[in-house]
Design a protein around this ligand. Structure first.
Ligand code: HEC
Ligand code: HEC
Ligand code: HEC
Ligand code: HEC
Ligand code: HEC
Length: 188
């Protein structure tokens, strides 16, 4: 477990949220909202993955669109990680002589999903829906490019967290783009 909120902060969160709901302690909240929270700031976090999957090779050099693999982003909260049969769509034929592709194929044949290590991880009390952020403006979304939040993933051999994912980061953009600022928009 990395950097999740300590259990003793949870009652505190509930208290603050209920105060906020009753409109109490607004000045105090205003101070606190702009004080950088520090539960999630893993900028630069870049874990080695069990299979050296390169975005630079797939999304960069081979130009495979982000949503070919992360197709859930448009439809749901989670952008999702593609299942092995998505890999096999190409790797049944492509680079089958390479040891890492043979490993991927073994996982597929044994019905044994690869245990990718999570790079981004918000605490459970925060709601982040990909769908509304990434769908086109013409379809009622905000039309934000993946790269605005995730950086130039198509140039990364190993995915790295580039945004702090702190409350102040979310709020900053929400203020700028006139999106919701109510506590309950982002907190359960
Ligand atoms: C060929 C399939 C494929 C394509 C195309 C692809 N990805 Fe991925 N992506 C993956 C896989 C597999 C992982 C998990 C392994 C890893 O983290 O490298 C992943 C992980 C990620 C992560 C980290 C997830 C986490 O754990 O927090 C981000 C962010 C991401 N992709 C964004 C993108 C973006 C942006 C693009 C387009 C520029 C893109 N991906 C294109 C397959 C793909
Ligand atoms: C749309 C086609 C496509 C999909 C889908 C795809 N790949 Fe690839 N992959 C490629 C191509 C093309 C190469 C480069 C092959 C080469 O250089 O010979 C490659 C190369 C690789 C390599 C490097 C092999 C080596 O050692 O040189 C790995 C590892 C890999 N892919 C893993 C994956 C995984 C895991 C997935 C699923 C999450 C996936 N790929 C999905 C097309 C794809
Ligand atoms: C407004 C900022 C923002 C945009 C735009 C965005 N993401 Fe994310 N992404 C996040 C945050 C925040 C998380 C962490 C979510 C969590 O831990 O609950 C995340 C997590 C992910 C993950 C990890 C798996 C998951 O769903 O939690 C992947 C993969 C990913 N994003 C891919 C993408 C792709 C591909 C796009 C473009 C189609 C995209 N993201 C657009 C902020 C963004
Ligand atoms: C780069 C700008 C940007 C960043 C960063 C960003 N958002 Fe947003 N977000 C938006 C915009 C714009 C909308 C409004 C979309 C619309 O209504 O069309 C939105 C909408 C939302 C909504 C839907 C609100 C509703 O009910 O209508 C939630 C929830 C949300 N964001 C949570 C988050 C969280 C949590 C983070 C940080 C982890 C975050 N956002 C970071 C721009 C951003
Ligand atoms: C646009 C999304 C968004 C809005 C609106 C929002 N928060 Fe948050 N909040 C987050 C994110 C993301 C985190 C986790 C990262 C962090 O700790 O900074 C967080 C963390 C917290 C924490 C944990 C303590 C800490 O510093 O880490 C508390 C308590 C909290 N928020 C209360 C509130 C209250 C009260 C409001 C309304 C005044 C509010 N939040 C509005 C996104 C939001």
């Amino acid at each position: 477990m990395r950097s999740s909120i300590s259990p003793c902060l949870k009652p505190f969160l509930a208290l603050v949220l209920s105060l906020a709901a009753f409109g109490v302690a607004k000045p105090a909240l205003a101070w606190w909202m702009y004080t950088p929270g520090d539960t999630v700031d893993n900028v630069g976090y870049k874990p080695e993955q069990p299979i050296p999957f390169s975005h630079k090779l797939h999304a960069g050099k081979n130009n495979i669109p982000c949503q070919y693999c992360h197709s859930a982003a448009r439809r749901s909260s989670s952008a999702g990680i593609p299942p092995l049969n998505a890999c096999m769509g190409c790797h049944r034929l492509v680079a089958t002589d390479k040891p890492n592709i043979q490993k991927v194929t073994e996982h597929y044949k044994n019905n044994d999903p690869i245990k990718w290590i999570k790079v981004h991880d918000l605490p459970d009390f925060v709601r982040f829906p990909h769908k509304i952020h990434v769908t086109d403006k013409t379809e009622g979304g905000a039309g934000i490019e993946c790269q605005e939040c995730h950086g130039k993933v198509q140039e990364m051999d190993v995915v790295e967290q580039v945004a702090p994912l702190q409350m102040g980061w979310c709020i900053g953009c929400h203020k700028e783009r006139k999106a919701k600022l109510e506590c309950v928009a982002c907190h359960y």
